[in-house]
Design a protein around this ligand. Structure first.
Ligand code: COA
Length: 249
């Protein structure tokens, strides 16, 4: 699979591995990474050989230390930024993907790093992981969906505290707040994510996709609308020939 400058995308045994790869800058998210992430997400979405993805960070120290601060002063004008966003809505694409995505988080998980993790479905952290939303200290607010995704994952009051105080939290607290599903040793981080991925990929891709959509899309609906969504997604699976439903399309 093609390698980019800031991201490594590999496929193995129906799992896609997306590695943020700027370890010298703690995998800070820069414009190049945004463009490459957009391409990688589309490739993962469209590749029938890949059933589940694992996101991780290169190097020993960070999953991602947030937006690249050295690019802050070189940001495009608001008009160009809006145009780029319209053309490349990375976060919209990320959240629209119906295949499951697992985040394997270690070291610093800050700003855009935590927002990338929040676009994933299951988060596994190693004991050394530290989470933070430092935007307040920079006089800005999250712009990669974090103000919306964080309170959809952890309780609203905790989301407000983490955002408004800028307080960093360690892996065990992140687990208590349900920001991450589980905490494991650094050594076990990737194997744990791979075990989850290996189990999920044995199921019908369409059933997995519909289950993900039922929960993620349903959460933004009323109960009545959510039940209708579930009924429609369930009915889609029943109309498939049995073999296709089991193996996926
Ligand atoms: N953007 C660009 N470069 C970054 C970066 C970022 N967000 N975070 C770290 N780096 C770079 C540092 O400039 C440094 O590069 P250098 O070796 O060329 O000087 C390298 O990564 C290592 O970081 P360093 O600060 O030396 O490590 P540390 O252990 O002392 O501190 C952090 C680690 C994460 C506490 C610190 O780097 C930090 O606060 N980063 C910014 C976090 C942030 O505010 N992100 C933006 C959110 S919107």
């Amino acid at each position: 699979m093609s390698n980019f400058e800031t991201i490594i995308y590999e496929k193995s045994d129906e799992i896609g591995y997306v590695t943020l790869n700027r370890p010298q800058a703690l995998n800070a998210y820069n414009i190049r990474m945004r463009d490459e992430l957009y391409q990688v997400l589309a490739a993962f979405r469209d590749d029938p050989e890949v059933k589940v993805a694992i996101f991780r960070g290169a190097g020993e120290r960070a999953f991602c230390a947030g937006a690249d601060l050295s690019e802050f002063l070189t940001a495009p004008s608001p008009i160009i930024a809006r145009q780029v966003r319209w053309e490349r809505d990375v976060w919209g694409l990320f959240l629209s993907i119906t295949k499951p995505i697992i985040a394997a988080l270690h070291g610093y998980v800050l700003g855009d790093g935590i927002e990338i993790a929040l676009c994933c479905d299951i988060r596994v952290a190693s004991e050394d992981a530290q989470f933070g939303v430092p935007e307040m200290g920079l006089g800005i607010i999250p712009a990669a969906g974090g103000s919306q995704t964080l309170p959809r994952v952890i309780a609203r009051a905790h989301a407000l505290e983490v955002l408004l105080t800028g307080r960093w939290i360690k892996a065990d607290e992140a687990c208590r707040l349900k920001l991450v599903n589980q905490v494991v040793s650094r050594h076990d981080l990737l194997p744990t994510a791979e075990r989850l991925a290996s189990r999920i990929k044995t199921y019908s891709p369409m059933a997995v996709s519909n289950a993900k959509q039922a929960i993620n899309r349903g959460l933004d609906l009323s109960l009545e609308q959510g039940l209708e969504l579930e009924a429609n997604l369930a009915a889609c699976l029943l109309t498939l020939p049995l073999g296709q439903s089991l193996k996926g399309s």
